[in-house]
Unconditional design. Structure first.
Length: 185
């Protein structure tokens, strides 16, 4: 696949406008609803796989990596960059005469799906590590890769004040810790 893939695909048609001007989010529900209402066949998983393959061919594999691209479609020149931020791909495209647009594809990869939770000692609320968020949005910011999550989980479990901790991959609990004093209750 070449860089010209992004522009002719009309990625913006499958993306929901964000609250930020000029920014669009590729979300499964919106893309499928748009495609269905316009009679366009869409295999969302295949689209995501194609985007991952394109990223790999451009050298955008790890967190923070960026690639530049340019091309011409429908007699308009375009240029852009694609940057990986954790599990998100951010594509900034500038089309001659139209300005720039940013497309954010959330959850393109799944290696940042790990989360460490611990039970707060006094109130018993579940919080995420390291941000100590108790709301789902804040917890999402603490998702990390497997190595960092396992190290964080071990660190949390060594803290005497922590009685329970969980290591999650996605929404599934992979490991759960109970302190010896918690089991006696």
């Amino acid at each position: 696949m070449t860089e010209a893939f992004l522009f002719p695909l009309r990625l913006h048609l499958l993306c929901a406008p964000s609250h930020r001007r000029g920014e669009y989010l590729l979300e499964r529900k919106f893309a499928q609803a748009f495609a269905a209402s316009n009679g366009i066949p869409l295999d969302f998983d295949a689209l995501m796989a194609t985007l991952r393959e394109w990223c790999a061919s451009q050298g955008v594999v790890r967190n923070g990596q960026t690639a530049s691209f340019s091309g011409k479609s429908a007699d308009k020149k375009y240029s852009g960059t694609a940057t990986r931020f954790r599990d998100e791909l951010s594509i900034l495209i500038h089309v001659d005469g139209e300005g720039g647009k940013r497309f954010r594809i959330l959850g393109l990869w799944n290696d940042f799906s790990w989360l460490v939770l611990y039970q707060e000692p006094l109130l018993g609320e579940w919080r995420s590590w390291p941000g100590a968020a108790k709301d789902p949005e804040g917890m999402e910011k603490d998702r990390t890769d497997e190595r960092s999550a396992r190290e964080g989980f071990e660190w949390v479990c060594r803290r005497r004040i922590i009685s329970r901790a969980r290591l999650l991959r996605g929404e599934e609990v992979t490991t759960e810790y109970y302190s010896p004093s918690y089991r006696k209750r």
